[in-house]
Write a protein that binds this ligand. Structure first.
Ligand SMILES: *Cc1c(COP(=O)(O)O)cnc(C)c1O
Length: 444
């Protein structure tokens, strides 16, 4: 184990994390604006947004069900007044404070937030290959990528990823649809329905006897030995990050449409479940670029897997994992069971993230039940991690201190809970989640 004293990890925090006590950690290094060293990314977010706009006809051709949304992969922003009434003790006295759900659990085709980053990366790789082979020029409508000629070209290439879950679904489905040889490395204990679904789409699923990390390593190694194979690297992919960041602009338009202003008197709070950090980090970056100091982003992590919290709280650039502080990374939230935060994302979050809170598995399931019972919305356990974020902010000493220190008045605040997955979970599995959630809720 690492010598934690030498890196100045606060004792009190350490003992809470080790005891798996749910904790709200506030980031003292939060800055007031984007760090100049990473502002060049803003132009790249625009490039990503444009790429997604140019792929609308392509997506409709590949997935006719996207006709309804004109090829846009987006999710609804829905008010959560029933849940808010249930959880927020100040509900009846603060009528202008509102909770919303950003419904990425229902994103088309992939059914999770991974549709954003994953589809963007696969499309960007396909576009690059097509340009190199003179099939299209830069900034062209990407519908050409669905032609027989393009398919024949892509069939000479493969796209690989190591994932136990939603990233595998997103990458695998899109790569296969474009005609790539599509390979997803999984551990044997990954969910059978996910493997099934991928195989039905023509994806090659390779099972590894070890754990998730071994599956990823095996995939990476194989891909690196083949110049015609692109490996999607969840730990450091900029293309994934930009795909997630592109969500911010659409959300800004949705807030406007709901007449929700964002400024000093009308702060915006966003709560997002965090695994390796790519999805919540990209979204946070995109939102900070638009709303600056008026948006406050918090991540939610399982008590056994607080990898981003540990990395940021250590204040170090050198990697530190949840295993280094003696945690086991075992949680029901399979989308969040990550021991080491992304090397790309954690340094960027150091000055942008307001804080991280940890969640017990019991609370995940309680949340899962509560949003079903109040709003009739079904989520997977990972996606339920951030549901009680607004309550933590108003009801804990740490949350109160954050508000005071930053001179924030919340009476006109907008709170967005980001739901990250669930709509592809088979109903039999979902019923089990719900049943267990209800039991936990009633016995608490
Ligand atoms: C992947 C995932 C997340 C977190 O995304 P990271 O990029 O791993 O941080 C959250 N929720 C669900 C359901 C996911 O699949």
């Amino acid at each position: 184990m690492m010598d934690l004293d030498s890196i100045g990890f606060p004792d009190e925090l350490l003992s809470k994390l080790c005891a798996k006590t749910p904790t709200l950690w506030i980031n003292e290094k939060l800055g007031s604006s984007l760090n100049p060293s990473n502002t060049p990314l803003i132009a790249e977010i625009e490039t990503a947004q444009n790429r997604l706009l140019r792929s609308r006809d392509l997506l409709i051709t590949l997935f006719p069900e996207l006709e309804q949304t004109q090829g846009v992969i987006e999710s609804e922003l829905v008010e959560l007044s029933q849940l808010q009434q249930h959880l927020d003790p100040t509900y009846h006295t603060q009528h202008d404070q509102k909770w919303f759900l950003k419904s990425d659990h229902a994103l088309p085709i992939a059914g999770s937030v991974k549709a954003r980053g994953g589809f963007h990366e696969v499309i960007a790789v396909a576009e690059k290959i097509a340009i190199e082979n003179h099939l299209i020029e830069e900034n062209e409508n990407l519908v050409v990528l669905a032609s027989d000629q393009a398919k024949a070209l892509f069939s000479q290439y493969s796209i690989a990823v190591g994932s136990t879950g939603n990233l595998g679904l997103s990458i695998g489905i899109m790569a296969a649809a474009l005609g790539f040889s599509s390979i997803v490395h999984m551990s044997v204990d990954a969910k059978e329905w996910k493997k099934e679904r991928l195989r039905r789409r023509g994806v090659k699923v390779i099972e590894h006897s070890g754990d998730y990390v071994e599956a990823v390593e095996a995939g990476r190694k194989e891909a690196l030995s083949n110049p015609k194979c692109h490996f999607v690297d969840d730990e450091q992919s900029i293309l994934l990050f930009l795909g997630y960041a592109a969500a911010a602009q659409h959300l800004a338009a949705q807030l406007k449409a709901q007449n929700r202003i964002v400024d000093k008197e009308h702060p915006l709070f966003v709560y997002i479940p965090c695994g390796v950090g790519g999805a919540p980090g990209g979204i946070t970056y995109g939102l900070k670029a638009i709303f600056g100091e008026h948006v406050h982003c918090f991540f939610a992590e399982p008590v056994a897997s607080p990898c981003m919290l540990v990395q940021l709280a250590s204040g170090q650039d050198t990697p530190i994992s949840v295993y280094d502080i003696g945690l086991d990374n075992r949680t029901e939230a399979d989308g969040l069971a990550v021991g080491q935060a992304s090397y790309l994302v954690s340094p960027i979050m150091q000055s942008l993230l307001s804080g991280v809170f940890t969640v017990s598995d019991t609370t995940l399931y309680k949340n899962l039940h509560m949003i079903k019972a109040t709003e009739n919305i079904e989520l997977e356990p990972s996606a339920a991690a951030s549901l009680h974020g607004p309550v933590l902010l108003s009801q804990t000493d740490e949350g109160q201190r954050y508000l005071t220190d930053h001179h924030i008045v919340t009476s006109h605040a907008t709170h967005i809970i980001w739901s990250t997955g669930g709509s592809l979970v088979p109903s039999e599995e979902m019923q089990k989640f719900q049943k267990y959630g209800e039991d936990v809720y009633l016995n608490d």
